[in-house]
Write a protein that binds this ligand. Structure first.
Ligand SMILES: NC(=O)c1ccc[n+]([C@@H]2O[C@H](COP(=O)([O-])OP(=O)(O)OC[C@H]3O[C@@H](n4cnc5c(N)ncnc54)[C@H](O)[C@@H]3O)[C@@H](O)[C@H]2O)c1
Length: 319
């Protein structure tokens, strides 16, 4: 298949690009290499991808429709895998307009161009954050969701609505993937697995938001990539799938797992829960298992050891 992959220099995107190349797909990446975290990390990701196989990289902004048109001109893509986004929950509160522009307008641009270029398959990243502070777990895709608690979550929900609209109007297959807190090698430096690992290795304190009882369904990157590839191959018309581990971990246990993997006693600074943070995420993946054959295989204890080993070998990239 010939895949247009947005956000292909990022964490999930670069792992996805390599998996696609390994199975023989052609990959064209769009990424703006922004400084949400160090662009050199994203360029390193691209180098790692190019070590697997050749891929085309277009540096530019998905808000720029003229730029997108030049990329799509004359290239017969079989599928769009749209992962580019502003991805942090807390920063979306400080920069709501940016999040709306990149995540909603950017997605609308890609949906519209996919229609114009008759690209039959549109797979896009949504997020567990769309579940907000639902008291009932595990979260199922058919739950009524209209109470997001961050601008980021609201933009992801808006993308799901747009994808449904485009499927309804034009019949293209639109598959949304609600990722549940993804971690692993080259993981995002703004996320807890990364920050906690780095701080513990450097002997610095970590900030624990809340009393330690909040729960997160951490999902290893290889499992997420398997789900993305299955979605690209899926013939279903318009669906949304949870991609999660189905095994939420309490924050205090999460901290202890990382401390065990690093081999230290953590120095913990307790802080109040942050605005926009949800108390719990927990995926029900029965639908993804039935229709995509998705089942998370990597337990957190193993995945976090692999992440810590990776970070030890790559810490220089982040200095
Ligand atoms: N990592 C997670 O735990 C997680 C959880 C739920 C959803 N997601 C979603 O998965 C997708 C990938 O997330 P990630 O963790 O790999 O993040 P990431 O920040 O590592 O990757 C996103 C990539 O998109 C690019 N990008 C951002 N704005 C762009 C723009 N305007 N034009 C072109 N490129 C742009 C960035 O440069 C970056 O390389 C995102 O849509 C995110 O919202 C991630």
């Amino acid at each position: 298949m010939n895949i247009l992959l947005t956000g292909g220099a990022g964490f999930i995107g670069s792992h996805t690009a390599r998996a696609l190349l390994r199975r023989g797909d052609a990959v064209t990446i769009i990424d703006e290499f922004n400084d949400y975290y160090a662009p050199r990390v994203k360029r390193h990701n691209i180098e790692q991808t190019r070590a697997v196989g050749p891929c085309t990289v277009h540096e530019g902004d998905i808000r720029d429709l003229a730029f997108l048109r030049t990329v799509l001109q004359g290239a017969p893509f079989d599928a769009v895998c749209h992962l580019a986004a502003r991805a942090g929950v807390r920063p979306s509160i400080a920069q709501p307009f940016l999040y709306e522009q990149v995540n909603v307008l950017g997605t609308l641009h890609l949906l519209q161009l996919a229609v114009e270029h008759k690209i039959p398959q549109f797979v896009y990243a949504s997020s567990s954050s769309v579940y907000g502070n639902l008291p009932t777990a595990p979260f199922r895709e058919d739950m009524q969701l209209d109470q997001p608690i961050s601008p980021y979550a609201a933009t992801k929900k808006a993308c799901e609505l747009l994808a449904h609209t485009y499927h309804h109007l034009y019949g293209m297959r639109c598959i949304g993937l609600r990722f549940f807190t993804v971690y692993g090698p080259a993981g995002r430096p703004d996320m807890a697995p990364f920050i906690f690992t780095r701080n513990m290795l450097e002997g610095r304190p970590i900030q624990q938001f809340g009393d330690g009882s909040s729960l997160r369904d951490y999902t290893y990157i290889d499992d997420i990539v398997a789900g993305i590839l299955a979605a690209l191959d899926c013939a279903c018309a318009c669906e949304i799938f949870n991609l999660g581990n189905c095994r939420p971990i309490r924050l205090d246990a999460f901290i202890q797992h990382i401390a065990d993997a690093v081999g230290v006693t953590p120095i913990i600074e307790r802080q109040p829960m942050q605005p926009g943070d949800v108390q719990m995420t927990c995926a029900d993946t029965a639908k993804a298992q039935a229709l995509l054959g998705f089942k998370a295989a990597v337990p957190f204890e193993l995945g976090i050891r692999q992440f810590v080993a990776w970070y030890r070998a790559h810490a220089d990239l982040y200095r």
